[in-house]
Design a binder for this molecule. Structure first.
Ligand code: GAP
Length: 447
């Protein structure tokens, strides 16, 4: 396989593949679309679900020291006062006096407007990114609620509930996945920065003084998680954030960055949030949010280290990293080289044609494979086109049922996405053969 370049795909190619193959569609497309909001199609939803499930397994199910919750999107408005979001979750907004386009001042390269070129920006004003709505039938100042801009706060305000019901000893973490909303001034780069997105966050509560070590631990954990699922090591790096870049609550923050089609950019932020949030909620609510250390016989407010990932942004990184083109002319193909656990489908079952003998046999094979691997059945169009389609959605293995299968050997052909090698295996040994090939592809993906 030829070595792939770092920046191996441009954004337009990815956008068009995503639409063509059912990864991502623009939201409300038939109405002209809604800016920076995207819908996952039948293939994309499988990719994102895999990303979320793999994170949940690594973070919660495989660990004794982390538990999950699923908090509501709407929270008491005082949560956002205490957390500092009402006051400080803002970006500096400037408007061009000539064409009225609006920009985030800190993302502009110079003082000329990227749209019209004029130097006519007015003064910057702080723009709060939280979406507001009202709870109840009357719209008054008193019943304003916010769509959460991060999932983290549900973990802080539930600290006591979770600790007392699970009896977890510190250090322990609370993890959650779910939608967050930000009225971004300049969203863009496909579904990299959107106004509605899904986060995967974990708040790790630890004893003050141990926080710097845990901060390092969770940076390494994240880097290894991405690389272990096949993101190429030279496309992932860490970058420590300077004082002017850190969120208002953090003592230290490090971004995990990925080489996106437009260059290095943030995939995830790991922050040391100290005791900022628990103290702020205790002060605002009047409820103590402390931990009692039985061995030391003392109360203290834990520090918090937070790895905060985006499920969408991670899916975009896996998609961009997987993209590959090889061959020339008629032999040319686009292939997504996903790690087999990330791939939307692991197996496709394909009868050679829609022949009446082949289809029932292919359905029988499909029923054998489907309970064990995420499998797609496809009998539309020629077999060549169907291989091409499966390559373009990154399906590791295609199982083909042909006339020999039904007439003589009760065997099928397994075609490997990466090597394109085909092997003939008896239907009785199919599950074992698929398992072997998937295991080998897992190894190759992190090689
Ligand atoms: N609780 C901390 C927090 O929310 P953040 O760095 O603002 O930290 C964490 O967000 C992650 O959430 C980001 O690294 C990114 O993956 C994702 N994210 C944030 N804003 C996003 C947006 N507008 N669109 C898509 N993903 C976003």
């Amino acid at each position: 396989m030829a070595a792939r370049t770092l920046n191996n795909v441009d954004l337009e190619t990815l956008v068009s593949l995503s639409k063509r193959r059912g990864f991502i569609f623009q939201s409300s497309e038939i109405y002209g679309g809604l800016g920076s909001v995207w819908d996952y199609g039948p293939v994309g939803v499988e990719l994102k679900r895999n990303v979320k499930d793999l994170w949940w397994k690594a973070m919660v199910r495989d660990r004794d020291d982390i538990v999950g919750i699923d908090g509501a999107i709407l929270m008491h408005p005082d949560v956002w006062v205490a957390s500092g979001h009402v006051e400080s979750f803002t970006d500096p907004l400037v408007e061009c006096g000539n064409c009225n386009h609006r920009y985030r001042e800190d993302k502009l390269e110079d003082d000329s407007c990227p749209n019209c070129g004029e130097k006519a920006f007015g003064p910057a004003r702080q723009f709060n990114l939280m979406f507001e709505t009202h709870a109840g039938a009357v719209q008054t100042e008193e019943n304003v609620v916010y769509l959460r801009p991060e999932t983290a706060q549900a973990m802080f305000v539930n600290f006591d509930n979770v600790q007392t019901t699970t009896r977890k000893k510190i250090p322990f973490g609370i993890a959650q996945q779910g939608k967050s909303f930000r009225n971004e001034i300049t969203p863009g780069n496909f579904f990299f920065r959107t106004r509605e997105f899904e986060q995967m966050e974990m708040e790790f509560f630890c004893e003050p003084g141990t926080d710097d070590d845990w901060f390092r631990f969770w940076i390494d954990f994240s880097l290894n998680w991405y690389k272990g699922l096949g993101l190429r090591a030279d496309k992932v790096r860490e970058r420590s954030l300077g004082n002017d870049e850190r969120p208002h609550y953090a003592k230290a923050s490090t971004d995990v960055e990925f080489m996106f089609p437009w260059g290095w950019d943030e995939l995830e932020t790991i922050s040391n949030r100290t005791d900022h949030d628990l103290n702020a909620h205790a002060a605002k609510s009047g409820k103590k949010l402390e931990y009692f250390d039985q061995e030391k016989n003392e109360h203290y407010v834990p520090y918090v280290v937070e790895p905060a990932m985006g499920a969408d942004r991670s899916s975009l990184a896996f998609l961009a990293d997987a993209y590959d083109e090889e061959g020339e002319g008629k032999e040319q193909r686009v292939v997504l080289r996903f790690h087999p656990d990330v791939a939307p489908f692991q197996v496709a079952v394909l009868p050679l044609s829609r022949n009446e003998k082949l289809v029932p046999k292919a359905r029988e094979v499909y029923d054998i494979v489907r309970p064990l691997f995420n499998t797609q059945y496809d009998d539309a169009q020629s077999i060549g086109r169907r291989y091409r389609r499966q390559d373009e959605i990154g399906t590791p293995l295609c199982v083909t049922v042909d006339f020999e299968t039904v007439e003589s050997d009760d065997a099928v052909t397994i075609r490997n996405r990466d090597s394109m090698e085909q092997v003939r295996v008896p239907v009785s040994g199919l599950v074992a053969a698929i398992s072997d090939q998937v295991a080998q592809m897992r190894k190759d993906a992190v090689g």
